[in-house]
Ligand binder design. Sequence first.
Ligand SMILES: [Fe+2]
Length: 196
Amino acid sequence: MPTSTRSRKTPTASGSAEALAKLEPLPENLFRVPVDLLLTDHYRQTLVSEALSAIVTAPHAAGTPARAEKIAHFLESDLVHHMNDEEEALGTRLLACAREEDGVPLLLARLRREHAAIRETATAVQTGLETLAVRRRLPDPGTFAAKAETLVAAVRATIAWQNRLLLPLARRRLGNADLWSLGQTMATRRGISFPA
Ligand SMILES: [Fe+2]
């Protein structure tokens, strides 16, 4: 998935609309290949980060309320599910099957630390987005912009190392039974029937 940050464009209001137009629901068949699903979800997070950056650039552009609502919903549902998937469902299985040299306890400690910071910042950003979604002015645009930029940077940073280290490790170590049950857990969390 194209999660590279090397050629990032300057965010614009139309860029926000374009990014969110590409945001598709997770295909249900990916729950059978849960590591691919996590990778796809990282790409979706990159799209939402682009859209959020564009809102910071032009918070009162036409179309902002609908986009702000969509991003707020993603932060409170998709992103939360994803972080819980990695910390609980994936982390537990990796701890059980990894080798000592994989350093999984350290990787999971880093994951939890970064996710805790993301959860805290996302909550503040969500409040600002909900204000914009009902066409009201932000009480403190500077603080909203700073929090949003912090969130975007944190999400991009954690995606980068997870794609480089964590997900490849999961591919190497998890067996078919682990992958199957991981996918089932992730589907159940979202109220989705695991595809037969
Ligand atoms: Fe992740």
